[in-house]
Design a protein around this ligand. Structure first.
Ligand code: CA
Length: 224
């Protein structure tokens, strides 16, 4: 089940968005304040988060940063005022993945959520195909299956490892990896990719897996 977290203080807009997403079969957890969102979505992270920037008690970007600091790295779609160009840029800086300016077409928002859901489903489905010959990822729990306790991955770590596992022994270019791990148009620095790969390596070791991820400088990564 693909769940969407929504934080929007305008109750009419919140209800419209919620109804629109539920009509498409998504489970929606909605909140009206930044404080509520930070608590609710750090406890149970949704698969994608829609955050209004102009909240009564805080700024959606701060909510995003607070969640990121707690390890919640789900894709975020920010909702911003039409003329807030600077807001958009600083939104990305805060770790946002996408944004929509108000007023927006509901269909556009639904389409973006659907794109994220498809990407998550594709990533979850790809590595299981060749069974135990490669690292086994559990799409239901976003975990590396290990003999003892499963080692959990964040959604982004999961998508990255799934991409590498699906193309095992083949070099995955950095740009392709970014395309698999983050929504289209997201600005992702080399350092960020390196940091994710480093964490995935640690988790592979924790899971007792033999696979290793090699970094071919300037080209990409390969899972062997
Ligand atoms: Ca607002």
């Amino acid at each position: 089940m693909f769940t969407v977290g929504l934080c929007e203080d305008d109750h009419e807009l919140r209800d419209i968005v919620r109804a629109g997403l539920e009509r498409e079969g998504y489970t929606v957890q909605s909140t009206a304040t930044g404080t509520e969102a930070a608590v609710t979505f750090s406890r149970v992270p949704p698969d994608v988060l829609i955050l209004d920037i102009g909240l009564p008690d805080s700024d959606g970007r701060d909510v995003c940063q607070a969640l990121r600091a707690q390890g919640v790295d789900v894709p975020v779609i920010f909702l911003t005022a039409r003329d807030a160009v600077i807001d958009r840029l600083s939104g990305f800086h805060a770790g946002a993945d996408d944004y929509l300016t108000k007023p927006f077409a509901l269909a556009e928002l639904v389409a973006r959520v659907a794109a994220l859901a498809r990407r998550a489903a594709a990533a979850a489905g790809s590595p299981g195909a060749d069974g135990s010959s490669t690292v086994v990822l559990d799409p239901a729990t976003h975990a590396i299956r290990a003999a003892g306790v499963d080692v959990p991955l964040t959604p982004t770590e999961f998508r990255l490892l799934a991409e590498l596992a699906a193309k095992r022994d083949t070099v995955v270019r950095r740009s392709a990896l970014i395309g698999a791990g983050w929504p289209q148009g997201t600005i992702v620095s080399d350092n960020t990719v390196d940091a994710y790969i480093s964490r995935i390596r640690t988790k592979l070791r924790e899971a007792g897996r033999e696979e290793r991820i090699e970094n071919l400088r300037g080209v990409g990564y390969v899972l062997r």
